[in-house]
Design a protein around this ligand. Sequence first.
Ligand code: ZN
Length: 184
Amino acid sequence: MDELKDTSTSEVIACENCGCPCPNNQKFCSKCSFPINGTAEEKNQFKAKVSGHKFLAKEAEKELKKPRIIICVLAGIVFLTGLYQGLANDDFVTMIVNLCISLLYLILAAWANKNPFGAILTALIVYITINVINAFVEPLSLFQGIILKIIFIGAFIKGIRSAKDAQEHLAELEKMNASTLGNS
Ligand SMILES: [Zn+2]
């Protein structure tokens, strides 16, 4: 027993989880906090925690599909409405404004792949702002397609929450040095 203790102070082992070299006398890996000298149960608990975060991050990312589609649908609706106003009603101001908003939605849809939290939040703010401005100009417009509006806003809010969840789980995985989502 004594012999083991003496040598262990200088011995270096590779962490099972992240592979970084750790002194054998410490219980946790200094980089990823894997219990290198813990019991089998403690090691399994750590691994279960990693797979738990991976699972939840994937689930949260799945939830981001819907708000992304809605942003594209909004881009399409705004584009077609603008085109109609311009071509059928000679309302070119509305047409140009709508084409710009449509372009903005497309940019947000593309940005959502990189930063879903920022992009969906911005899309929600843009969407609500446009509806408020429209309501000032034409109060009745607020009630046009009200159910669809509620569904869109609900999906955006849910998407913002999912994006935040995914960020948090990925941050935990990064701490545990297991940020790659690919391997289960
Ligand atoms: Zn480690």
